[in-house]
Design a protein around this ligand. Structure first.
Ligand SMILES: [Zn+2]
Length: 432
């Protein structure tokens, strides 16, 4: 896929060479801004999210190529280790002011903060080849984000999800050594195994309560687009038979895991990421007018007006997946929680945690601040369920310990389906 594109980039680079003197002069003017953005480092990261398979399983995303060879110039850049956006823009001779405009458009998503080897960027220029009209980030076969130019100094994002199809796979294993090694041997990924141990952490001690010969079953669904794996997967259900006890977890449509009696396995959430009362200065609003730019720009979180230095608490147990400094979001933290939950805390002044660290509900993770593009000291808090930002103030979060009565029949039906798959696990792949 890449091989067919590289020559065209080189050709375009050649054509552009005679414009370099002018570009260099422009770059000199932009040195101040450029060095600011360069100091903001966009290194690719190894995936920390749960939904990762081994690299060999996953087909790299294929950018949609223009049908007409005569169309506007398109540069394609395949992300590899050590790449960062600032350097990529320099290589393509697209000035850093444009990068800054795209980062402003990306603030509600922060998709460009994690560039992984295997991701692809495409840059579509106007007819003259001088002006960037569109940049697209291909995250996987089912997910891309496109940044479109709307005027001379503004871009807007479009977050595109292809639903694809999901296939269910049953994985069975027997304990031989540790649970971790046995799970990997059975075909689960590192992340999936970590998720399972986290999910059962309050109920099962994997070292003490399991012995050789115990077994486990996992129902996993894998996403496909055009018959190719995207790398997205969910664990739908788990049964662990340890000595005389069995332990179960089933993913429900609210993004949470419950045992076969409908009791929640995920740790409860705090509604607010702080102690005390702070006024909401801006609510979650997918259609908000941005207070600084005046343009329509989704507000993916809830803003709480609070003095700089107020303690910020993790709203639930989880793993810190990002500690970043963004020109617009400021210093921020992202935490991945049990089930399909994620939280973000923006515009911080001081961060107390590191990427990869496990945190507890109510733990002080940072001090609030006013960093990035901000109209005053406040905390911007985001809650994501199943990959989408939701209103953290009204969302159904795992506070109650069990499935609500009115949903119990639906839940039972789902458990029966998943168990039936486990019981008929001789087939490897079953259409869902
Ligand atoms: Zn905000």
């Amino acid at each position: 896929m890449n091989a067919t594109w590289k020559p065209s980039i080189e050709e375009q680079m050649k054509k552009r060479r005679n414009r370099r003197l002018l570009a260099c002069a422009m770059l000199l003017v932009l040195v101040g801004l450029g060095s600011f953005i360069s100091s903001y480092f966009f290194a690719p990261e190894q995936p920390t999210s749960t939904e990762q398979l081994t690299a060999a399983d996953i087909v790299a995303p294929t950018p949609t190529q223009p049908a007409e060879p005569q169309g506007p110039p398109v540069h394609t850049w395949n992300i590899s280790d050590g790449d960062n956006l600032s350097a990529i823009f320099d290589s393509l001779e697209i000035n850093q002011t444009i990068l800054y405009q795209i980062l402003a458009a990306d603030e509600p998503l922060l998709a460009l903060d994690i560039l992984r080897p295997g991701n692809t960027l495409t840059f579509t220029m106007d007819e003259t080849g001088e002006r960037l009209e569109k940049m697209a980030l291909f995250i996987n076969l089912a997910h891309q984000v496109v940044y479109h130019r709307v005027d001379d100094d503004t871009f807007e994002f479009e977050d595109i999800d292809i639903p694809g199809t999901w296939e269910t796979q049953i994985i069975e294993g027997e304990i031989n050594g540790s649970f971790y090694l046995s799970a990997l041997a059975a075909g689960l990924s590192d992340q999936e195994t970590g998720n399972i141990t986290n999910l059962f952490k309050s109920r099962l001690n994997f070292t003490r309560d399991m012995r050789a010969g115990d077994h486990f079953q996992v129902v996993r669904s894998l996403q496909l687009v055009d018959g190719k794996l995207t790398g997205q997967s969910h664990i739908e259900g788990i049964r662990i038979f340890a000595r005389k006890n069995s332990y179960t977890a089933f993913l429900f449509d609210d993004g949470n895991y419950y045992d076969d009696k409908g009791e929640s396995l995920a740790s409860a959430f705090l509604r607010y990421p702080f102690k005390g009362n702070y006024r909401i200065s801006s609510s979650f609003n997918p259609k908000r007018k941005h207070p600084v730019t005046g343009r329509i720009s989704p507000h993916s979180g809830t803003d709480f007006s609070m003095p700089i230095g107020t303690s910020v608490l993790a709203t639930s147990d989880g793993e810190v997946t990002r500690v970043k400094n963004h020109p617009f979001a400021g210093k921020y933290i992202e935490i991945k929680h049990d089930g399909q939950y994620l939280s973000r805390y923006l515009h911080l002044s001081k961060i107390n945690v590191k990427r990869g660290q496990m945190v507890k509900r109510g733990q002080v993770i940072a001090k609030s601040g006013n960093t990035g593009r901000s109209t005053g000291p406040h905390l911007h808090y985001e809650l994501h369920i199943k990959g989408r930002a939701v209103n953290a103030i009204t969302a159904k979060i795992p506070m109650a310990a069990s499935i609500p009565k009115e949903r119990i029949a639906d839940f039972r039906q789902r458990v029966d389906e998943v168990i039936a798959l486990m019981e008929h696990s001789h087939q490897d792949l079953v259409g869902l």
